[in-house]
Ligand binder design. Structure first.
Ligand code: HEC
Ligand code: HEC
Ligand code: HEC
Ligand code: HEC
Length: 208
């Protein structure tokens, strides 16, 4: 399923971006294609990655978007706050650099931004009402959960747990990027790696 990139925030008159029909599932024309926005320099990748002079190279992935520095409340954390790099794995931090609402979508390449995600796409910094990720989602090995070896990479490259240092231990955790593929390669609703019809995504991990 493909939807038009929305205009984020008000203020600028943006010409509707008309899609070329794309034969393959990909980021073009998805909600992560900002190339129709006047601030995008007509680029798809640039708001997130740059081939040179990437703004936040230390984040990995040639990351070119301003990285969030917010503190988070986590699932099951009884309201305690954690610095972002203790709360979340690295891939989730990249997602939350737009989806926590503290950094503008158009803050990339060292330029300050203006447009903050409004509505459901803005998860905020209180993740107590969201499926656990990062520190709150160390993958358990007991019978309630399928062995990752049975499902990792089954839905294509990258459908996998992420590595995270949790209190000095290297753990395998559920990340935003475990459930979602930000480039829409599988063309599922909500950028999911596995279509969630019949809760198939949930039943990949949870033995219920
Ligand atoms: C909205 C932000 C966003 C946009 C736009 C985006 N990416 Fe990414 N990309 C990410 C995130 C987040 C990750 C890390 C999570 C992951 O590995 O899926 C990533 C990872 C990658 C990786 C390494 C892992 C992999 O999936 O192979 C490559 C290569 C990549 N992106 C290329 C691109 C290219 C090329 C474009 C433009 C056509 C692009 N990306 C557009 C967010 C984005
Ligand atoms: C550069 C900013 C940016 C980054 C980085 C980013 N997103 Fe988004 N994402 C957006 C915007 C903007 C939208 C559209 C939001 C809206 O219209 O409400 C969106 C939409 C989405 C949607 C909704 C798709 C739909 O079909 O409804 C999902 C899911 C999503 N993003 C997940 C992620 C995940 C997971 C990551 C990291 C792997 C990520 N995003 C990284 C900006 C970003
Ligand atoms: C366990 C799987 C899973 C994880 C982990 C996960 N999501 Fe989602 N996400 C979903 C599903 C399924 C949907 C589809 C909508 C729904 O069922 O509420 C969704 C919907 C969304 C949407 C669309 C807005 C909405 O609420 O409907 C955004 C944006 C999003 N996710 C971003 C993220 C980000 C950012 C992270 C990391 C903090 C994340 N997701 C972690 C499964 C997940
Ligand atoms: C990639 C694997 C994975 C997927 C996919 C997944 N989960 Fe989870 N889920 C986990 C892990 C790991 C935890 C944290 C377990 C722990 O800490 O004991 C968790 C926790 C939960 C919890 C909280 C359990 C508790 O004891 O507080 C619920 C509820 C839940 N998941 C429901 C869902 C639903 C609904 C879906 C589908 C939208 C889903 N999960 C998809 C791995 C997954």
């Amino acid at each position: 399923m493909k939807r038009q990139a929305l205009l984020i925030g008000g203020g600028l008159a943006v010409t509707a971006y008309i899609l070329g029909t794309s034969a393959t599932a990909d980021i073009t024309g998805s909600l992560h294609d900002f190339s129709g926005q006047v601030w995008s320099q007509n680029q798809i990748c640039l708001p997130c990655h740059a081939p040179h002079h990437a703004e936040a190279a230390e984040a990995g992935m040639l990351w070119n978007h301003t990285v969030t520095t917010a503190a988070y409340q986590i699932y099951g954390g009884d309201g305690a706050t954690f610095p972002v790099d203790e709360a979340l794995d690295q891939k989730s931090i990249l997602c939350m650099s737009c989806h926590d609402g503290t950094v503008a979508v158009d803050a990339f390449g060292g330029l300050g931004g203006t447009f903050v995600i409004a509505g459901r796409g803005n998860l905020g910094t209180d993740l107590q009402n969201d499926h656990p990720v990062g520190r709150a989602a160390v993958y358990p090995t007991h019978a309630g959960y399928f062995d990752p070896a049975t499902w990792e990479n089954t839905a294509g490259f990258g459908f996998a747990l992420a590595d995270m240092d949790v209190d000095g231990e290297l753990e395998r955790v559920v990340s935003c990027a475990t459930c979602h593929e930000p480039h829409n390669r599988n063309d599922n609703e909500f950028f999911l790696w596995v279509d969630n019809d019949g809760s198939q995504l949930c039943l990949t991990c949870h033995n219920k």
